[in-house]
Design a protein around this ligand. Structure first.
Ligand code: PGA
Length: 251
């Protein structure tokens, strides 16, 4: 089955406004013809509206790195899905490992954010991944299984159409330790198996699953060559237009 192919850049808490504009311009300017390949940028939320404006009329989409699940209210410091929509973003990254492990985000909160994102017409990119000690103690697969099950509680199958999943082993994020293509492929198959159990084979087979964790121009080929890896979520290497473009082109 032909699935969407998505190359996403997570800028995390990097870039001044001027740097963000330069980076977005560099990426847009160097893209060339990407065919059906999709490119998504996740700038810091303060820059989202302006990056959206720069990307208008280009094949590049924009998303936020996180958001709260309520529409509005006394939630100091948070941004709402309504605001994200109003800023023109299309995607919302949900449950990134830094949200889970630095800010204590739970599967229950991830689930509420997924439902809220869909409610507001956003496309959730849901991140899952195991810690090193979980993998080493043989629990990697069950951790990822329960993160997937937890993220999609209460979701009707037809609402999976705009969901993207990113498998990011925590031990590979920002460490330079990339999972081998075979390790990543094996976990992507586990994720498809969970999706098949929850929603049936068709949805399991059509949901894009990206890999993330120390993706670089020199390891993209092997990863993207695997049958169940439909693209990548790139952190560090997405902060320079040339290296991000090399990843998008080579993949
Ligand atoms: P990295 O980050 O590419 O720097 O490892 C990936 C991510 O956190 O999405």
């Amino acid at each position: 089955m032909k699935r969407r192919e998505i190359f996403a850049g997570n800028w995390k808490m990097y870039t001044t406004h001027a740097e963000a504009m330069d980076l977005a311009r560099g990426i847009i300017g160097g893209m060339g013809n990407m065919g059906t390949r999709e490119v998504v940028l996740f700038p810091p939320s303060l820059h989202v509206r302006d990056v959206v404006n720069l990307c208008k009329g280009t094949p590049v989409s924009v998303g936020v790195q996180n958001m709260y699940f309520e529409k509005e209210g006394a939630f100091t410091g948070e941004i709402s899905p309504a605001m994200v929509k109003d800023a023109g973003a299309r995607f919302c990254l949900i449950g990134h490992s830094e949200r889970r492990h630095v800010f204590g985000e739970t599967d229950g909160q991830v689930n509420k954010k997924v439902l809220a994102g869909l409610e507001w017409g956003l496309e959730p990119m849901v991140c899952v991944g195991e810690l090193l000690e979980e993998r080493e103690s043989g629990r990697g697969e069950s951790v990822v299984r329960s993160q997937i099950e937890g993220a999609f509680v209460g979701l009707a199958g037809h609402r999976m159409k705009t969901i993207v999943i990113a498998y990011e082993p925590v031990w590979a994020i920002g460490t330079g330790k990339v999972a081998t293509p075979e390790m990543a492929e094996a976990m992507h198959c586990v994720i498809r198996d969970v999706l098949a159990g929850l929603f049936g084979g068709e949805i399991a087979g059509s949901t894009p699953i990206l890999y993330g964790g120390s993706v670089k121009p020199d390891n993209i080929k092997g990863l993207f060559g695997m049958a169940n890896i439909d693209g990548v979520l790139v952190g560090g290497a997405s902060l320079k237009a040339p290296s991000f473009l090399d990843i998008v082109r080579v993949g």
